[in-house]
Design a binder for this molecule. Sequence first.
Ligand code: KG4
Ligand code: ZN
Length: 330
Amino acid sequence: MLRVLGIESSCDETGVALYSSEEGLLAQALHSQVAVHREFGGVVPELASRNHVQHIVPLVDSVLTKAGLNKTDIDAVAYTAGPGLVGALLVGASFAKSLSFALNIPAIAVHHLEAHLLAAKLDSPDLEFPFTALLVSGGHTQLFEARSLGNYALLGETLDDAVGEAFDKTAKLMGLAYPGGPLLAKLADVADEQACSEMPAFPRPMLNRPGFDFSFSGLKTSVRYFLQKNFPLNDFGTEIHNISASLQEAIVDVISQKSINAALKHNISQISISGGVSANSRLRNKLSENASKKGIQLFMPNLSYCLDNAAMIGFLASKKYKAKPADYVD
Ligand code: KG4
Ligand code: ZN
C-alpha cells in the first residue's frame, strides 16, 4: 500500500489530501483564498503565496488528524510542479521537498493539468484509456485524446480566452464579483425559458469549423455590445438571469458539441470532463444527455474534484509511482 500526501498550491487554493493506493482518499482539506482576492477583481500573486505559507502546515495537520495517522505513516509526498503562479507553486514544492527530506520519502512532482485530466478516474475506475478528455478551467480549454498514463494527444485548444475566463469576464461586465463563473451559473439556473428563447442568441464561435480549437474572446465582446445597446445604465434587473443563461447555453453548446465530435471522429466511446468549469450543472446535464444519444459514456468528477484540489494530486502521484517506482528512488 502506498499513502501519498498531495499538496496543491498553484493558484488561489491551498489543498492537502492523503490518498491511499488501496483504500482511496483517506482525508482532504482545502482553503480557498477567494475572499483575499475578491476586492482586487482577480488573483494577486504575492498575496496568494503568502496565504499558502500561512495555511499549508495547519492543513497538513488537519488532514492527518482526520485520517487518524501520523507523518511517519506517509509513504510519499506529491506536489503541483506547474503550471501556475511561480511564488505559489514554490510554497507547495518547498514544503513537499522539505517533508520528503525529513521523512526520507520520495517527492513526486505532478503536472496540474494532467491531475485535472485524470480527476474523473478518482471515483470512476470504469473510465479507461483511451478516452476523450475535455479540460475546462479558468486558465485552460483543451481537448485531448488520453491514450495512457502520461500520453495525451492534444486535439484542440482555445486560441484566446479560456472557458472559465469567458464566464468570469462576462460576469464582471454584469457587475458580479470575482470569480463570476459560479455566480453567473447560479443566476442562469433560474432563468425564464420563454424570455431566453426570445433573446437574440449569442454566437457559437468555431462550432462549424473543422478541427477542435475554440475561441471565446468574440463571445465576450458580443455580450459587451449586447449589454451596451440594451442596458446602457447597467439596469439589468431580472433580465440578468436570462442573459446569463443565454451566454451559458452558447458556451455549453460549443464545448459539448466539440467534445462529442472529437470522440466520434477518433472512435472513442468515453468522454471525461475536468477543471473548474466541469462543475457547471448545465454542462454536466447537456453533455451527458447528448453523449448518451450518441452511445458515448460521460465521466464527470465529483464536484469537489472539479476545482483545484489536492486529492487529484495525490491520486495521480500514486499512479505515477506505481507505474515507475524506480523514477523516485534517490
Ligand atoms: O480549475 P480551476 O479551479 O482553476 C484553474 O486552474 O483555473 O477553475 C476555476 C474556473 C473559474 O474561471 C471559475 O469561474 C470557473 O472555473 N467555474 C465555473 C463554475 N465553477 C467554477 N464556471 C462556470 N460554472 C460553474 N459552476
Ligand atoms: Zn486548476
